[in-house]
Design a binder for this molecule. Structure first.
Ligand code: B12
Length: 632
């Protein structure tokens, strides 16, 4: 059976999201004719081309009223945009590096409002060049990459203003799907007249069907921001040929659609499957070949007589060792865009460079954090592959793609497995670079950090969450602030960049906790333990321990709207009553400055402009002391 797996818009542009690579590799290992395409990249390449900009000009020109300043600027400068867009894209794809000189003159690319952000650096200006401090005098390529990224951002703003406000480079129409109890918002959007983006996506879908003539089309929706486009693609497939079987799966489905009962979803998809796709797909393909009854499908929703039915014939999942090697064959690896929006060296890893994505293990070995969806299969079912299998996969992927960068996409890569992996990489003399997410646990000794660095580890991220021992304990994170300081410093000392995931608004978190947490974060930066971070506002999900046992965390849940579609976030009341939104703004400003090395010695209360916050209860040398204790 010919199976085509598709990545719907949007996920990311520098490298393919790995689900289709996994599924295609697995199906091929079982002898199926499996193909794949990335329609997220394809959509952006078509819209951001000379031809695409002409269509954007027509769409914008057709609405003479209420044009925004950004649209007016684009229309006025259109000939320059049309003349430069293909060259800028080729440059961002790494196909035309010499263009950097021209881009850096600042006279080649037209500049819209996004370039105003450069003024923020002007304060640190050196000799009249606002970017000099960030890139130095030698960072020719990076500097041009940043300018070309701002140029694309300007065009994306025009696309949003003139065509579709739901468009972003890493998510599309996210709010239509995210925690939406009913299908109604999506149904209405799908019934609307196609706009330029919808029409382009439809054309790309039909071209892919013509190229591959699939009998089955798999749509992977990892995030809420890829659901609307997955439905639009399925709509186009069904319009072209209703006999083509369409299947939906992926992280969004695994998280939010576990109690799906909306029949209208099956106007687009014949089947929707949960959790790891390998076993359900084998069962489904057998069924479609006539070798298995519908009653024996695995973790699969289907519509029978107008009603949604969940069939789950109990069969074990394919062991992680036997899922096959992901393949990137069929994806245009030379066409991905290396964007540079954040100047922080760790932040850029998310948008810059073509990383092969691989999981070291299935699930999470810790699976206790009370904010996390630990009840779901992708966390709770833990299974590691042997180092030998992992490095075989790595070798095969390097041979296939010619690229040696790896992003390990585990929730938290297990230290034991990483240690074995590093030893195997060293033993085989394989030169790769890798980064991924871990827990800052004490198993990561300075020796282990050095061994990981020697095997190619360039960066790691991990959750520090609320940097408060009381809250870390309540979260069951299994680490303390002092320990995080020592572990992160060990990574940093080994030459590995460290990124911390930070959280605010956890149940019972007080203003004092927030100020103390920021003070700890300040000291971690000042002591060279972490180089970057990101604050997330805590969200309570129905699958997490907090959502399942709110009383243990001192909160009450708001009633969850009972609907047939998505379920995930649930509102809650925290009697502490803190206004986390306004504190969050201060946290983000502080962090942004810390990442650029600014304000590291200042009292953290300065970031809470206009708000009265208590002084930190954390000693100003707390992290330095923790590091000294560790050394002793
Ligand atoms: C690594 C990761 C990230 C990384 C990298 C993301 C990227 N673009 O590659 C970072 C940190 C950047 C990230 C960001 C975000 N993430 Co994230 N991320 C993950 C994580 C840990 C692993 C993803 C992965 O690569 N897995 C490996 C692949 C192979 O697995 P998979 O996609 O699940 O595919 C398997 C099955 O799902 C299934 N399958 C997949 N597609 C299909 C299709 C069909 C037809 C079938 C039958 C089966 C099938 O088979 C595959 C093989 O078994 C997952 C959680 C998890 N453990 O899966 C969360 C997860 C996907 N992320 C999530 C979210 C919400 C986000 C953000 C939106 C967060 C935010 N608010 O910004 C952003 C979006 C970023 C973006 N646009 O790229 C959620 C999505 C849940 C939901 N509510 O929809 C998850 C599930 C975690 C969670 N519970 O919160 N993420």
């Amino acid at each position: 059976m010919r199976v085509l797996s598709l990545i719907p818009p949007m996920t990311q542009l520098n490298t393919p999201y790995p689900s289709t690579a996994y599924l295609t590799g697995f199906l091929r290992s079982r002898g199926d004719d499996a193909r794949q395409e990335d329609l997220a990249l394809a959509l952006v390449l078509r819209l951001f081309s000379r031809e695409g900009l002409a269509a954007l000009r027509d769409a914008a020109g057709a609405q003479p009223r209420n044009r925004t300043a950004r649209v007016r600027h684009f229309l006025a400068e259109y000939p320059r945009y049309a003349a430069t867009v293909d060259a800028a894209i080729a440059f961002l794809q790494g196909r035309d590096s010499t263009l950097a000189h021209r881009i850096n003159t600042r006279r080649f690319l037209p500049e819209g409002a996004r370039f105003d952000s450069l003024d923020a650096y002007a304060a640190r200006e050196d000799g009249g060049d606002p970017l000099a401090w960030a890139f130095g005098s030698l960072g020719l390529q990076d500097r041009a990459r940043h300018l070309a990224t701002l140029y694309l951002d300007d065009i994306a703003d025009v696309l949003r203003d003139a065509v579709d406000p739901r468009f972003e480079f890493v998510r599309y129409a996210e709010s239509l799907a995210m925690s939406q109890p009913t299908f109604e918002p999506l149904a209405q959007a799908l019934a609307a007249e196609p706009n330029l983006i919808d029409a382009t996506l439809e054309a790309l879908t039909l071209e892919a069907l013509a190229r591959h003539a699939p009998e089955v089309v798999l749509l992977s929706a990892p995030f809420p921001g890829s659901v609307y486009a997955a439905l639009r693609i399925a709509q186009a497939v069904k319009r072209r040929d209703p006999r083509i079987v369409t299947v939906l799966g992926g992280g969004f489905v695994n998280t939010e659609l576990r109690t799906l009962s909306e029949p209208r979803v099956f106007d687009y998809f014949d089947y929707v499957t949960l959790d790891s796709g390998e076993r359900p797909l084998l069962a489904l393909l057998e069924h479609l070949r006539g070798d298995r009854s519908r009653e024996r499908l695995v973790r699969t929703f289907a519509r029978d007589d107008g009603k949604v039915r969940y069939v789950n014939f109990p069969e074990p999942d394919i062991p992680f060792d036997e899922t096959g090697t992901p393949t990137w064959d069929g994806l245009p690896l030379g066409s991905y865009l290396s964007l540079l929006d954040m100047l922080n060296p760790m932040h850029r890893l998310w948008s810059d460079g073509r990383w092969n994505k691989l999981t070291v293990a299935q699930g999470c070995y810790w699976k206790k954090c009370s904010f996390c969806d630990v009840s779901l299969d992708y966390i709770s079912r833990y299974e590691a592959a042997s180092a030998k299998v992992m490095v075989d996969r790595i070798e095969a992927i390097v041979a296939e793609t010619g690229q040696t960068g790896f992003h390990f996409v585990d929730e938290a890569a297990p230290p034991k497995a990483l240690k074995a992996l590093a030893a195997e990489l060293q033993a085989r003399g394989l030169a790769i670079s890798w980064w991924g997410n871990i827990r800052f646990e004490k198993t990561f000794t300075p020796e282990l950090c050095r061994a990981l660095a020697a095997s190619g580890c360039i960066a790691i991220s991990g959750g520090l969450e609320v940097a408060s021992d009381r809250l870390l304990k309540l979260m069951k994170k299994g680490v303390t602030v002092d320990q995080v300081a020592r572990v992160t410093r060990a990574f940093a000392d080994a030459g590995i960049l460290v990124h911390a995931y930070l959280m605010y608004g956890f149940p019972t978190q007080t203003v004092q906790d927030t100020v103390d947490s920021l003070e700890n974060v300040r000291q971690l930066f000042a002591n060279g333990c972490i180089q970057s971070g990101f604050w997330h506002r805590f969200a309570c999900t129905v699958h997490s321990p907090v959502g399942k046992h709110p009383q243990d965390y001192g909160i009450t849940l708001e009633p969850l709207a009972d609907g047939p579609f998505a379920k995930n976030d649930v509102g809650f009341v925290d009697p502490t009553g803190v206004d986390h939104d306004s504190l969050g703004r201060a946290l983000k400003t502080a962090l942004y400055n810390f990442m650029h090395g600014v304000g590291l010695e200042e009292d953290v209360r300065v970031w809470f402009e206009g708000q009265r916050v208590p002084r930190p209860t954390v000693g100003r040398r707390r992290i330095a002391q923790a590091l000294r204790t560790g050394t002793r």
